[in-house]
Design a protein around this ligand. Structure first.
Ligand SMILES: NC(=O)c1ccc[n+]([C@@H]2O[C@H](COP(=O)([O-])OP(=O)(O)OC[C@H]3O[C@@H](n4cnc5c(N)ncnc54)[C@H](OP(=O)(O)O)[C@@H]3O)[C@@H](O)[C@H]2O)c1
Length: 278
């Protein structure tokens, strides 16, 4: 089914019926001010309709400015932000949400995520997200960096299944077990650091890039889509932003998909969700 994704704005349907683009622009480490404003505008001009930010990235104001200046109607865009760890808990999450809305200059958020599963806090945080969704202030709610046990914990506690789980996912960390669990529960998996933070120098990726006439980045992003994983590559470079959206004129064969799957080493470039201290 995902090999039929034909356009940068094509969407997956989340478990509450909300449509989410398969491809978005990530803005972690993109500086507040002109840098993030230009990156988001380049992306929207290139056809992206989804932007992934977070309170802790410190650039929600710039994302909001770019949205306004883009000229694209708000309802055509899909905006994700996340509650930071130090704001977790019920009341503090509600306040953090208000602050994110204010900075973004928006009335609703398309997807609000718990950024990390902070022990002793994430269940209360999840209840706040459920409340925000009931009030119609956020269209879909989800989590990030949740392992299977974190997911089953909040589902059991609240009876509400997250729409999305955004996790580190790339050829060196292909999350087979988590992917299977999310598929079974109807949770859309979303890849962070899909480009391995720029560490794309794998001989197989270069070989496949030559074979398909694409770049290693495009091979990896296409592999995400064919696995049914939403992807949010980050770039501040206009040409790379455009290239990262140019994924719809080729299809990886089943054999080549399996070869990329074979690169897995369970290697993380980011923190381990079961062992982080921030
Ligand atoms: N939920 C979480 O905990 C979490 C954690 C990490 C990230 N994220 C989200 O996921 C997004 C993506 O992850 P990421 O920013 O860590 O890394 P990424 O998208 O895997 O890689 C970004 C890096 O690759 C470079 N790059 C971009 N396109 C390229 C291309 N076509 N060829 C070669 N290099 C390229 C970028 O440099 P230039 O900018 O110079 O092009 C940047 O250095 C983030 O921006 C953020 O929105 C979420």
């Amino acid at each position: 089914m995902t090999t039929t994704i034909r356009h940068i704005a094509d969407t997956t349907v989340l478990n509450n019926g909300v449509k989410m683009p398969w491809v978005g622009l990530g803005v972690w480490k993109t500086k507040e001010g002109d840098e993030v404003i230009q990156a988001v505008k380049h992306a929207i001009r290139a056809g992206y309709r989804s932007i992934d930010t977070a309170a802790v990235y410190g650039n929600e104001t710039g994302v909001g400015t770019a949205i306004k200046e883009s000229g694209v109607p708000r309802e055509e865009l899909f905006i994700t932000t996340k509650v930071w760890n130090s704001d977790q808990g019920y009341d503090t999450t509600l306040r953090a949400f208000d602050e994110s809305l204010r900075k973004l200059g928006l009335e609703t958020i398309d997807l609000y995520l718990i950024h990390w599963p902070v022990k002793g806090k994430y269940k209360e945080t999840w209840k706040a997200l459920i409340q925000l969704q009931k009030e119609g202030r956020v269209k879909a709610i989800g989590v990030s960096n949740f392992q299977v046990h974190h997911l089953s914990d909040i589902i059991e506690d609240s009876g509400v299944v997250p729409a999305v789980n955004q996790v580190e996912f790339h050829p060196l960390l292909n999350q087979a077990e988590l992917r299977a669990y999310c598929k079974e529960k109807g949770i859309q998996l979303e890849a962070w650091s899909p480009l391995m933070q720029g560490n794309l120098d794998q001989p197989l990726l270069s070989e496949l890039a030559a074979k398909y006439g694409k770049s290693p980045a495009q091979i990896v992003l296409r592999w995400d889509l064919q696995h049914g994983v939403v992807t949010i590559p980050k770039s501040i470079n206009e040409q790379r932003i455009r290239d990262n959206a140019d994924l719809f004129d080729f299809v990886l064969s089943d054999e080549d998909m399996a070869k990329i799957d074979g690169l897995n080493q369970n290697k993380r470039f980011g923190p381990d969700p079961d062992n982080f201290n921030f």
